[in-house]
Write a protein that binds this ligand. Structure first.
Ligand SMILES: C/C(=C\Cc1cc(O)c2ccccc2c1O)CCC[C@H](C)CCC[C@H](C)CCCC(C)C
Ligand code: SAM
Length: 268
């Protein structure tokens, strides 16, 4: 009873219920509120969705997310022999693309704070035959406190990660810090569109396709978080200002996928 009590008092305070596994809170599923969720709660969210994350991305975007990720990596200008960082790497999609760009003479550091996402990435690496993938290191770490010295990387990518960190300013400052002068950060995410039509289409797709399908996997609240996280994200113009504020000399945001997605390219 004590555990349930603790859960109820926690839910009253934090609006998020961290229930003991296998037991449901009275009154229906927990609401995962983006505005009050902590880093730990987001970490747990991405660990929960890890087993189906890649599959749902392919199904829900009709495979288009792979195109957007290829563009993100291409715009990082990562090249043979480079030392590069994929931040918030998740299951490794961008890290695998970077690996092919830098080759065996290069090095890919892929950082995430979800052990389950990293395990998925490492399993995928095991199952693939390309020799270059041996240049990837999977590192459990925090985007807000990177374990690297200043001016360490020739390029940084972050795909669908900046929107999910609890301190976007600190994350941008860390990205700037670990980049070599003249090098690029390429930051892919959903676009917080100023177009009412695009914003409505994005919102409709999440409400009527993404969340219902995710519900079939018991991940309703996890995928509802998507919509609230986008609503609390930054517009392209605000992302450019955030990058310039962190010290980047050039920052430009480009819309992708008809405005549903966006990619910021910032040069140190
Ligand atoms: C790769 C994509 C999203 C990754 C992703 C990011 C998050 O912050 C999440 C948070 C919580 C749960 C899941 C995620 C998550 O998967 C983008 C593509 C996958 C999207 C889930 C689908 C988006 C659908 C578009 C709004 C409409 C696509 C229209 C057309 C088919 C191109
Ligand atoms: C939507 S996934 C993106 C994964 C991958 N980049 C992709 O494009 O599919 C967001 C990832 O960011 C990670 N993440 C969120 N906040 C983080 C932080 N502060 N430090 C490290 N990883 C973080 C989550 O664990 C999750 O794996």
């Amino acid at each position: 009873m004590g555990t349930v009590t603790a859960a109820i008092s926690v839910s009253a305070a934090a609006a998020v219920v961290s229930r003991p596994a296998g037991r449901r809170r009275r009154g229906g599923p927990a609401a995962f509120r983006c505005s009050s969720s902590t880093a730990g709660e987001r970490q747990a969210l991405f660990s929960r969705i890890a087993p189906v994350y890649d599959h749902l991305n392919d199904v829900l975007s009709l495979g288009q997310h792979r195109t957007w990720k290829r563009i993100c990596v291409s715009w990082s200008r990562a090249k043979k022999g480079d030392r590069v960082l994929d931040l918030c790497c998740g299951s490794g999609d961008l890290a695998f693309l970077l690996s092919q760009k830098v080759g065996l003479d290069g090095e890919v550091m892929a950082v995430d704070f979800s052990r389950q996402q990293l395990q998925t990435a490492a399993d995928r690496q095991e199952q693939r035959w390309k020799m270059c993938y041996k240049n990837i290191k999977w590192i459990e770490g925090d985007a807000l406190d990177l374990p690297f010295t200043d001016c360490y990387f020739d390029a940084v990518t972050i795909g669908y990660g900046l929107r999910n960190v609890v301190d976007k300013t600190k994350a941008m400052q860390e990205i700037f810090r670990v980049l070599k002068p003249g090098s690029r950060a390429s930051i892919l995410d959903f676009n917080k569109s100023s177009s009412l039509f695009t914003a409505s289409l994005q919102s409709w797709a999440i409400d009527n396709v993404v969340v219902p399908l995710a519900s079939g996997y018991g991940l309703t609240e996890e995928y509802k978080y998507l919509k609230s996280s986008i609503s609390q994200y930054l517009t392209g113009e605000e992302l450019e200002k955030l990058a310039k504020g962190a010290g980047f000399s050039v920052a430009k945001h480009y819309e992708l996928g008809g405005g549903l997605m966006g990619n910021l390219v910032a040069t140190r």
